[in-house]
Design a protein around this ligand. Structure first.
Ligand SMILES: O=c1ccn([C@@H]2O[C@H](COP(=O)(O)O)[C@@H](O)[C@H]2O)c(=O)[nH]1
Length: 233
């Protein structure tokens, strides 16, 4: 298991509330994710603040654009000092290669570059609605993950439900970052392809992205501790 597998998704519309939670968190216990809501509201300053506090920050902006634009965007992310950044695999292999090449000057200081396969909120029938010719989300995830690996990226975002298949096909070094994590009994909300933290790790997930089950809990720290303890066996 990776060191600190839990990545807390900071999805707040109130910076003070987010920072009140962050103040209680220890960079030794978890990593943090900043996504579209907080980045749009509070910008790079928030990311710099979290990096400055010693957290590994996953900048989850899911870049999906032409190769030149995405390459420049991942360089901007690297300049913020983030630990991980992502693009959409459906942007294609030329776009993914351009992003990877743009990070080359950063050497071993480059953020991990991963690609989103199929959003964990999506079902097989929703994929079919898009005209995707794969029969299942799993089939499409595998196709996009292979493309991502061939483009030289470090891993993918997928559901933990696909983790076993991806690890056995693509090898243990290829990182699997899995949102859609729900401790037993917690509300799935808009997520559809979900697994518990322990089941996700056993399936081969490297990093567990967990938002609402922690951030909306009455005692977020207690939930994070219970998850970390459950993973220690
Ligand atoms: O396929 C994906 C890609 C990204 N996410 C993000 O992860 C968190 C999950 O939050 P929860 O509250 O635990 O559902 C959220 O920030 C999403 O934008 C994802 O869920 N699925």
């Amino acid at each position: 298991m990776q060191d600190k597998p839990v990545v807390v998704a900071l999805d707040f519309d109130d910076k003070a509330k987010a920072l009140a939670l962050v103040d209680q968190l220890d960079p030794a216990q978890c990593r943090l994710k900043v996504g579209k809501e907080m980045f749009t509201l509070f910008g790079p300053e928030l990311v710099r603040d979290l990096v400055g506090r010693g957290f590994d920050v996953f900048l989850d902006l899911k870049f999906h654009d032409i190769p030149n634009t995405v390459a420049k965007a991942v360089v901007a992310a690297a300049e913020l000092g983030v630990w991980m950044v992502n693009v959409h695999a459906s942007g294609g292999s030329r776009m993914m290669r351009a992003a990877k090449e743009a990070l080359a000057p950063y050497g071993d200081k480059a953020p991990l570059l991963i690609a989103v396969t199929v959003l964990t909120s999506m079902t097989d029938s929703e994929l079919a609605e898009l005209g995707v010719d794969a029969d299942t989300a799993q089939e499409q995830v595998l196709r996009l993950a292979k493309l991502t690996q061939q483009a030289g990226l470090d891993g993918v975002v997928c559901s933990a439900k696909e983790a076993g298949l991806l690890k056995s096909t693509l090898g243990s070094d290829f990182k699997l970052v899995t949102p859609g994590i729900r401790p037993a009994g917690s509300d799935a909300g808009d997520q559809r392809r979900v697994l518990t933290p322990m089941d996700a790790i056993e399936a081969g997930s490297d990093f567990l992205v967990i938002g609402r089950p922690i951030t909306q809990a009455g005692d977020p720290l207690a939930v994070l501790k219970a998850i970390n303890d459950s993973l220690q066996g």
